[in-house]
Design a protein around this ligand. Structure first.
Ligand code: MF3
Ligand code: CO
Ligand code: CO
Length: 257
């Protein structure tokens, strides 16, 4: 890697770490009775108080600091007055900017007790993301990432959303290449050291189709089935990968004890 790459990795680690710490912080507050805009405020304050700012705020007209995607919402849910209830499942997606570099990460949260199906969906989604991350190294192709996720998810009886994907990320929020969460082995661009991107599979318990609501952001499952997502920002090293958005508290997937 070049010295520019090393500097970029350092800065993205700082931004990624702040995004991960934001999720760590809000974890204790996510209980029945809280609203998604309460979560948004907590995230906004924490990021601002720790030397960063939220990337979603004012991004293409988005007017909140993070995304909250509840139950059948696939991604880009807008925080609001909605009160969370026992049994709900929620994705919170945080993107922090520090020193002009981005860190983008999301996790699922479970409100109290939920169904076995929802728990399986969440487990499968987390495991799919981690399986894809674990194969990362120079020479691996983008199609290998998609294959790893899609084959595992479909074996488990769930489906991969096709309308949204991971993305290159560094000093801009969304850049090339697109990281599809489905695909064929040994196809697509080869990974090289210094590349930085997200892996963020959205997995539905029913069919893969989604639609975007009137607000222009909220993506929901067409069949109203549940959807789950996790996201990490990663960098490709000489021999493998680095995760920039790991939880220092070990809050990887629910339950967060
Ligand atoms: N964080 C989302 C992603 O993973 C993007 C959110 S854009 C927003 O790419 F405007 F909806 F916040
Ligand atoms: Co992303
Ligand atoms: Co994100």
């Amino acid at each position: 890697m070049t010295s520019n790459d090393l500097e970029k990795f350092d800065k993205m680690k700082t931004a990624g770490n702040l995004a991960a710490r934001t999720l760590d912080l809000i974890t204790q507050y996510i209980k029945p009775g809280i609203t998604t805009s309460d979560i948004d405020k907590l995230g906004y304050e924490f990021i601002k108080d720790h030397g960063g700012h939220s990337a979603p705020l004012f991004y293409r007209g988005f007017n909140k600091s993070l995304c909250t995607s509840l139950n059948n919402v696939v991604c880009h849910g807008i925080p609001g007055n909605k009160i969370l209830n026992e049994g709900d499942i929620l994705n919170v997606d945080v993107t922090a900017i520090v020193d002009n570099h981005y860190g983008d990460t999301s996790r699922m949260f479970v409100l109290g007790k939920t169904s076995v199906k929802a728990k399986n969906l969440i487990e499968t989604t987390y495991d799919a993301m981690m399986r894809a991350i674990k194969i990362l190294k120079p020479g691996v192709k983008l199609g290998d990432i998609g294959y790893e996720i899609q084959s595992f998810v479909e074996e488990n009886g769930f489906s991969v959303v096709k309308d949204f994907c991971g993305h290159g990320i560094s000093t801009t929020f969304h850049e090339q290449p697109n990281i599809l969460h489905y695909g064929k082995k040994n196809t697509g661009m080869e990974l090289i050291p210094g590349m930085t991107f997200t892996i963020e599979p959205m997995i539905n318990s029913g069919k893969y189709e989604v639609k975007v609501l009137e607000d222009g952001w909220t993506a929901v499952t067409k069949d109203k089935s549940l959807s789950a997502q996790f996201e990490h920002t990663v960098g490709i090293t000489e021999n493998g990968y680095e995760i920039f958005t790991e939880s220092a508290k070990g809050y990887n997937k629910p339950p967060y004890l």
